[in-house]
Design a protein. Structure first.
Lengths: 82, 223, 288
């Protein structure tokens, strides 16, 4: 039982860590393009790749998490969790 | 008409013998997009389709078996790479070759499915693709005969003649049939009622991108 | 000194904010036509932001990583569209390519979820791609035959010299306008998002993924309206764009409020008929 909670906690932590890293990398790349004004094609590539990743990582960090005992039924299809 | 007025300024040429790849912003976008999708398909799992059963409160789950998954994934990745090649090629004949390869792969991807309605649809698509390989290669041959070259970089500066326009129209008809778009194959959508979402994606995406490239090529030849 | 990244960021923010307010206005107009008070105009923007804080479950049956990746790709392509139109004034064929990838996103978000509603939306996306892409493509093809270029910058210069293209290529403007109607919410041609299939391809994308899709769709709406005004009414001032976008949103709101959603066959046939009339009619007008 304890190991199950630890495993779930690890998984949630992994998502949080990965999203935070992605958020920081996106912000750094966008700031790099803003401050150092590299070649045009690099700016286009940074804008097209890192603006969506910025929004994605923000979403993964801000999204609400379900309670542990309800988590399983929320991801079952068809969803009849309520 | 110049290439620059269609897809943006020429960014570069990759001379690979007689297969000359050229890049402008349009091609770069299409090329990068198709490679991103191909990479995602190579690392994807398939979905499980869930439907209600008749007569009980249970659910029917349909998913893709392992053998079928591996075969379809291989064909999809090759289809993606072939489409990427078609996006940047500057040689008309190479474009037609890539197109026919994509057509064959599309048929292969869907025909590994075990649903009768889907198999009927892909059989009919196969017939149309076979029939349309005549205008496809014939059109390219007519353009070669009328221009003396299959290089799009050379054709862009030539004044269009009646034979060139006819060849371009034949080529476009061939591409439409080979990729199975409406009005040649209006019920292609029936092929998509099966599980295996990443593989269906490449079938649809390859057709759409090749049509965009075909429109550019026809405009280069005809104007 | 000109900072390209700042230009891009400002344009993306304007696209998102203006697009959200215009879509909110669209919903308000629909409500008022139907004798309802309707939500406030800012509602679309608030919903997009609200969804980021909601619980987002990823169903077990989805195709990973496409379920998540396709939403990121949708945002990526409309950021590209904002760059190509507002920053670089690039090629219309690129916008056509982006429109094609949007149809692919509708296709794949539907099928990657495994839900029957998504699957139906995926199949309808293929049907509607067969009619919407020729409609949009026909419009830019007629523009190309009129102006002999696909480059937005050159089309703007052409209009500065020869006057607005709405008089020279009226059928192309009609086809482009029908494309805009197709992309409007509750549109008669909106078969992939029809309520008979719940929310179509968006059904199984909950929580922040839905908010993300809404952000991308607001940028899509802004880009399409900007393009229509720029391609057919020539270089405009900011006030011109604001008034033009509000007028187009009001007209599409009126159309969406008073028309039923067409059944998929009728939707496809109507769009194909309009394309045929538009292209053949324009070529006939050029020859005569």
């Amino acid at each position: 039982m304890f190991s199950l909670f630890v495993h779930e906690g690890e998984k949630m932590n992994k998502t949080k860590v990965a999203s935070s890293i992605l958020l920081v990398v996106s912000i750094i790349m966008i700031l790099y393009a803003l401050i150092f004004t590299p070649a045009d094609w690099i700016v286009y590539a940074i804008a097209i790749i890192f603006i969506p990743f910025f929004i994605l990582s923000l979403g993964l960090l801000t999204m609400a998490k379900p309670k542990n005992d309800e988590k399983e039924e929320r991801i079952q299809e068809p969803f009849i969790g309520y | 008409m110049s290439l620059a007025s269609l897809g943006g300024n020429l960014l570069g040429i990759v001379p690979l013998g007689d297969i000359v790849f050229y890049l402008n912003p349009l091609h770069l976008f299409l090329f990068v997009a198709i490679l991103i999708f191909t990479f995602l398909i190579a690392i994807s799992h398939t979905e499980t389709q869930v439907e209600a059963e008749f007569g009980t409160l249970g659910d029917k789950k349909q998913s893709v078996g392992l053998k079928e998954f591996k075969a379809r994934r291989f064909l999809s990745v090759i289809c993606g790479i072939a489409t990427a090649g078609a996006m940047i090629t500057g040689d008309l004949y190479n474009f037609t070759l890539f197109m026919s390869l994509v057509g064959i792969l599309n048929i292969g991807i869907i025909s590994s499915v075990k649903q009768i309605g889907v198999l009927d649809s892909v059989f009919q698509y196969g017939l149309i693709a076979m029939m349309c390989s005549l205008p496809l290669f014939g059109g390219a041959a007519i353009v070669l005969g009328a221009c003396g070259t299959v290089s799009l970089l050379a054709i862009q500066s030539m004044k269009p003649t009646a034979m060139m326009i006819f060849g371009a129209i034949m080529l476009f008809i061939g591409v439409c049939g080979e990729s199975g778009i409406a009005p040649f194959f209006a019920s292609k959508a029936e092929m998509f009622r099966t599980p295996g979402s990443p593989f269906l994606l490449i079938v649809h995406l390859s057709s759409l991108f090749i049509i965009i490239r075909a429109i550019e090529i026809v405009l280069i030849i005809c104007t | 000194m000109y900072n390209l990244m700042a230009d891009i960021l400002i344009n993306v923010c304007i696209a998102f904010l203006a697009g959200s307010l215009l879509l909110g206005l669209h919903r308000k107009i629909m409500a008022r036509v139907q004798s309802r008070p309707g939500p406030p105009i800012i509602q679309y923007l608030l919903h997009s932001l609200k969804f980021f804080f909601k619980e987002s479950s990823f169903p077990k049956t989805v195709s990973k990583p496409f379920y998540l990746a396709i939403v990121v790709i949708l945002c990526g392509i409309w950021v590209t569209a904002v760059i190509v139109t507002n920053v670089v004034y690039g090629s219309l064929l690129l916008i056509f390519g982006i429109y094609a990838v949007h149809k692919i996103v509708e296709h794949n978000s539907g099928s990657s979820s495994g839900s029957p509603y998504g699957k139906l939306s995926c199949v309808r996306a293929v049907y509607s791609a067969a009619s919407e892409l020729p409609l949009f493509g026909g419009s830019i093809l007629v523009l190309y035959l009129t102006v002999h270029t696909m480059d937005i910058g050159q089309i703007i210069s052409y209009q500065a010299a020869h006057g607005p293209l709405i008089f020279a290529a009226p059928l192309a403007a009609l086809m482009f306008f029908v494309t805009i109607i197709t992309k409007a919410p509750y549109s008669p041609f909106g078969i992939t998002l029809g309520k008979d299939i719940i929310s179509g391809f968006e059904t199984e994308h909950f929580g922040f993924l839905r908010g993300f899709i809404m952000i991308s769709e607001s940028m899509c709406w802004y880009v399409l309206l900007w393009l229509f005004l720029t391609l057919f009414f020539g270089p405009l001032s900011i006030i011109g764009y604001v008034i033009g976008m509000i007028v187009i949103t009001c007209i599409t709101g009126l159309i969406s409020a008073t028309t039923p959603m067409l059944n998929p066959n009728h939707s496809v046939m109507s769009q194909m008929t309009i394309t045929l009339i538009g292209v053949v009619g324009s070529i006939a007008l050029m020859i005569i």
